[in-house]
Design a binder for this molecule. Structure first.
Ligand SMILES: [Zn+2]
Length: 320
């Protein structure tokens, strides 16, 4: 059963002056349910509105959601993430990883000498018994004596119902001089805003560099670095050529139904993914093939702010 929905004001500035950006279904699990992303006219924050209430989100996170994560080797990714903390050498060093999933990133950091803890509300953290994990929302942690040298959140803040409370809690839990490193998608990029690459309604918030600055300021944090690259997660501008074709020739943005059938959906529909099916896909979707073939050149030539759908932010807390 679809869950009760709620309409919300802008989480950053409180405005209710919003404009629709785009609509799309829950592609992964409930293709019959559609969601609309709106943009705050006042500060530029993007968010799903109306949205399922927090208590109704389990429906959108079935166990299959966590399965693909477990089956993949992420060691290269953890090395990229760890590089953001490599210059913190004081001992002991305490790390809190928000949204730690099955705990592999905290373990990777523990092997580098960190004291690690995690926060995870999903079922993926069920088996962790070798370091402390808080099985609740970050906002439910006590802000008493406990302080961390670093807090990380890899692709987490776009999933939460109240990012403002999360940013503020990070500000309270960090030591003076501590570091907050987090990765989110970029609402100003082509893949996030125009190419339907966001995972709705699991992604609820879509940040820009300006809105991140606004959040960090409110939380008493200072933005130190902005990195755009695909080495940790990627969200490539697939269908970019189609987008420009529609803009230039038809004078409008793409909508969901303008997207070509993906190879995955095509193979599923024809019940075959062998060489013949692959040739048939290419023959029947020449424009999609051209789009993919030219994608590396587009990524090379267009500005990163447009093509790079993923941003890693590094923020610091002033010394106490
Ligand atoms: Zn706003």
């Amino acid at each position: 059963m679809p869950q009760p929905m709620e309409s919300v004001a802008c989480n950053l500035c409180g405005s209710v002056d919003l404009r629709p950006a785009y609509s799309q279904p829950d592609e992964l699990f409930h293709p019959e349910e559609w969601f609309t992303v709106v943009e705050c006219k006042s500060c530029g924050l993007g968010f799903v509105n109306p949205r399922p209430i927090r208590e109704g989100m389990n429906r959108y996170y079935p166990s299959e959601f966590y399965q693909t994560f477990v089956e993949t080797d992420h060691s290269q990714r953890y090395a990229e993430e760890a590089a953001y903390l490599a210059d913190i050498v004081d001992s002991p060093r305490a790390l809190l990883d928000v949204g730690c999933a099955n705990g592999d990133f905290p373990r990777y950091m523990r092997d580098k000498g960190w004291l690690v803890e995690g926060v995870e509300i999903g079922v993926s953290a069920r088996g962790i018994d070798d370091f402390p994990v808080y099985r609740c929302e970050l906002t439910q942690l006590e802000s008493g004596e406990k302080r961390y040298d670093a807090i990380t959140a890899w692709a987490v803040f776009e999933h939460v119902h109240d990012p403002m409370a999360y940013f503020k809690k990070v500000g309270q839990l960090l030591k003076g001089g501590g570091r907050f490193v987090f990765l989110v998608t970029d609402f100003q990029s082509l893949p996030s805003r125009n190419l339907f690459r966001e995972d709705l309604p699991r992604h609820l918030y879509f940040f820009t560099e300006d809105t991140v600055r606004g959040y960090l300021e409110t939380a008493g944090l200072h933005l130190a670095k902005v990195d755009r690259h695909n080495r940790i997660f990627s969200m490539r501008p697939v269908n970019w050529l189609r987008y420009y074709f529609y803009r230039k020739c038809l004078g409008r943005d793409l909508n969901w139904h303008d997207l070509p059938e993906t190879p995955r959906d095509y193979f599923k529909r024809v019940g075959n993914s062998g060489l013949t099916a692959k040739i048939a896909y290419v023959a029947t979707h020449p424009f999609a093939l051209l789009d993919r073939l030219l994608l590396p050149f587009f990524e090379l030539l267009a500005p990163r702010s447009l093509t790079g759908g993923i941003v890693t932010y590094v923020a610091t807390k002033q010394n106490d």
